[in-house]
Write a protein that binds this ligand. Structure first.
Ligand SMILES: C[S@@+](CC[C@H](N)C(=O)[O-])C[C@H]1O[C@@H](n2cnc3c(N)ncnc32)[C@H](O)[C@@H]1O
Length: 384
């Protein structure tokens, strides 16, 4: 993903349009966001930058009269939920402002999000502190930022309260609302506020890097029962057709693009065909018959007869089996130096899932060999 220098908000959309929306109020942050987007031309079509400052026209109806929106205190668990697919439209990662939660202040989500926009998630790295003097209190915290970046009246508690209030109006316009938190004691306070405005789920986590510790807070207004059923179905269907592994300890000069190119060249060398989309970070592979044979022979050589027989049996079950092995390899940036590689079989019920799994394991071996600083032991791939 693109690096956003000083911009706090990122909205991304999933399969239909794949976009991120970024919002900030500080000119310099917006300028840097623009520079970063322009210097990544393969992504620039996918990222929109919005100024959420006061001069920006509020776009959500609720905010357009300039009044602080009313917050419904009741949970909405009984409401009919839109088909999740229709919500997979955009997702937002967001925000920062010098806002007191009890005053209108600059826009955060309301007034930035447009009518009929739906997001998978929003994320926020808020200004943590109430004042610059507070910012200097912890010698272990790296505070190299400007007052605009780090300070807002009421600090992160007020800022995230503003997001909570906005979320209580926007509700299912987002699947997930998330924010980073710099002070552990705020986690508890903000969690109580969340239950007060009727969220259906709250999740927290801890991020530790070097000497700095941060926390993550996420919440949703989606009904929990539906989420559980949906994820159960997804897991069942994807048991063998989706596999993944992590590439950790990546050398500095390598990015997701290098990995994608290597995936492409690996399958092309083995006689397959590939369609690579560097904007979506995917390679669609059709494996060659030679490659499938080689995998099978490998298995036989390693005298894993049981597996080999199962593969042979799989192959005999399809009319033109070798044409059928089609899958997509996607590469996702996790944190700097770590990528997630995912393989998805095109036909989920394909009898070639066994060959796909071996091919994916081989790919893991090849990529780790090529890109990882310390050569990782190759374990079984994980269904995702
Ligand atoms: C801690 S900095 C985060 C900088 C950058 N996003 C990052 O993650 O490195 C907080 C940012 O929030 C921005 N900000 C302040 N008020 C905001 C608002 N109402 N909406 C969006 N961003 C805001 C500030 O300008 C600043 O860039």
């Amino acid at each position: 993903m693109i690096s956003l220098h000083c911009c706090n908000n990122v909205l991304s959309s999933m399969p239909s349009s794949y976009c991120f929306l970024v919002a900030d109020v500080t000119d310099v942050a917006l300028e840097w966001a623009e520079i970063n987007v322009k210097s990544n031309p393969h992504l620039s079509e996918l990222i929109e930058i919005r100024n959420s400052g006061p001069s920006h026209t509020p776009l959500k109806e609720e905010a357009s009269n300039g009044e602080t929106p009313t917050i419904e205190a009741k949970p909405n668990l009984g409401e009919t939920v839109e088909d999740p697919k229709s919500l997979v439209d955009k997702s937002l990662g967001i925000v920062c402002s010098d806002v007191k939660c009890d005053s209108p202040g600059p826009n955060v989500l309301l007034g930035v999000v447009k009518e009929n926009e739906y997001f998978d998630f929003c994320m926020c790295n808020p200004p943590f502190f109430d004042s610059m003097s507070e910012a200097g209190l912890n010698p272990k915290t790296a505070c190299g930022g400007t007052p605009e970046e780090m300070v807002c009246p009421g600090g992160e508690q007020a800022f995230i309260t503003h997001i909570i209030e906005d979320s209580a109006v926007l509700k299912q316009s987002f699947r997930w609302y998330t924010s980073m938190i710099g002070r552990k004691s705020n986690l508890k306070i903000l969690t109580s506020k969340l239950w007060e405005v009727g969220v259906s789920i709250v999740k927290t986590t801890e991020f530790v890097q070097g000497e700095t510790c941060r926390w993550g807070l996420a919440w949703s207004f989606m009904p929990p029962a539906k989420k559980i059923v949906a994820s159960y179905i997804a897991e069942k269907n994807n048991l063998k057709s989706n596999l993944s592994f992590m590439l950790e300890g990546l050398q500095r000069q390598f990015s997701a693009i290098h990995v994608l190119k290597s995936v492409e060249s690996y399958f092309l060398t083995s006689g397959g065909s590939c369609k690579t989309d560097l904007t979506l970070y995917v390679v669609d592979v059709t494996a060659s018959s030679e490659y499938c044979d080689a995998i099978q022979n490998d298995m036989a050589r390693n005298s894993d007869t049981r597996m080999s027989c199962r593969l042979a049996c799989n192959l005999s079950n399809v009319s033109n089996p070798l044409d059928e092995l089609r899958f997509r390899i996607s590469v996702f940036q996790q944190i700097p130096g770590t990528l997630l590689v995912r393989g998805s079989l095109q036909h989920k019920e394909s009898p070639l899932a066994g060959i796909f799994s071996l091919a994916f394991q081989k790919l893991e071996e090849v990529l780790k060999q090529e890109f990882c600083r310390e050569k990782m032991p190759i374990g079984p791939c994980h269904p995702t």
